[in-house]
Ligand binder design. Sequence first.
Ligand SMILES: Nc1ncnc2c1ncn2[C@@H]1O[C@H](COP(=O)(O)OP(=O)(O)OP(=O)(O)O)[C@@H](O)[C@H]1O
Ligand SMILES: Cc1ncsc1CCO
Ligand SMILES: [Mg+2]
Length: 267
Amino acid sequence: MINGAIPAGLLSAVRSERPLVHHITNSVTINDCANITICTGAAPVMAEAPEEVAGMVGAAGALVLNIGTLSATQVEAMLIAGRRANELGIPVVLDPVGVGATRFRTETAHRLLDALAIAVVKGNAGEIGVLAGTGGSVRGVDSGGIMGDPVETARECARSTGTVVSMTGAVDVVTDGSRIYLVGNGNPMMDRLSGTGCMASSVTAAFAAVADDFAVASAAALAAFGLAGERAACGARGPYSFRTALFDELAGLAPDDLAREARIEER
Ligand SMILES: Nc1ncnc2c1ncn2[C@@H]1O[C@H](COP(=O)(O)OP(=O)(O)OP(=O)(O)O)[C@@H](O)[C@H]1O
Ligand SMILES: Cc1ncsc1CCO
Ligand SMILES: [Mg+2]
């Protein structure tokens, strides 16, 4: 297990620095992403007009590119914002929602990975399997699973893309291609809501904004989000009361709680 003081210190840093997290994201979960960013302790802004994204990212601590409801104009904006973020040294988190489901998504994800220095790719197992090229299936935005070992899939994706890969699931796998972190926090209720994957990217970006080590930041973010999910599941009557509790529990999560209850195993 990695020492809980590490994720706790990052959560404290998010709360004290309150980084701006610029999102170019989908229209389904955009409001959830704004609010989970605030509950983490950071500040969200959603801006996607190609005319303004370079200006906006200049004030940000991290940039999220989420391809959930792509359009050609959004791709143009993602490239402009991503290039500016790279010039300024601002970490970019790519959420390749539904990659593999259509040619447009697959081509766009690869185009972003080729054109930009991406700090973290955060996806479900199917999405990471598609990007790794080792076999993954995606239907709509849902993972249809992968061929072979999850850790090897994530590691291959990290190596082939040159990024930190954060692969979500019952146990999350985070790797930079050599180090492997397995995050045990979370609850199956998180899979019964749309948008927990997108929210995981927002939380990851908030942590990346205050970190130098994006693998540790990604694992810490998933531990915090997962712990909020564990606490929210106690007493939830179903997916929607769980959803409300998830925001409340993350907002109320103290760094000391995370220090005690984060379950991040280094392999
Ligand atoms: N069975 C589970 N047990 C514990 N945690 C889970 C489980 N399934 C998902 N999670 C957590 O839920 C979050 C979202 O992961 P998931 O893999 O479901 O994303 P996703 O399928 O891309 O979501 P979406 O497309 O709905 O936004 C992660 O933080 C993950 O750890
Ligand atoms: C359901 C859905 N469709 C496109 S994005 C999205 C939400 C996050 O997966
Ligand atoms: Mg997803």
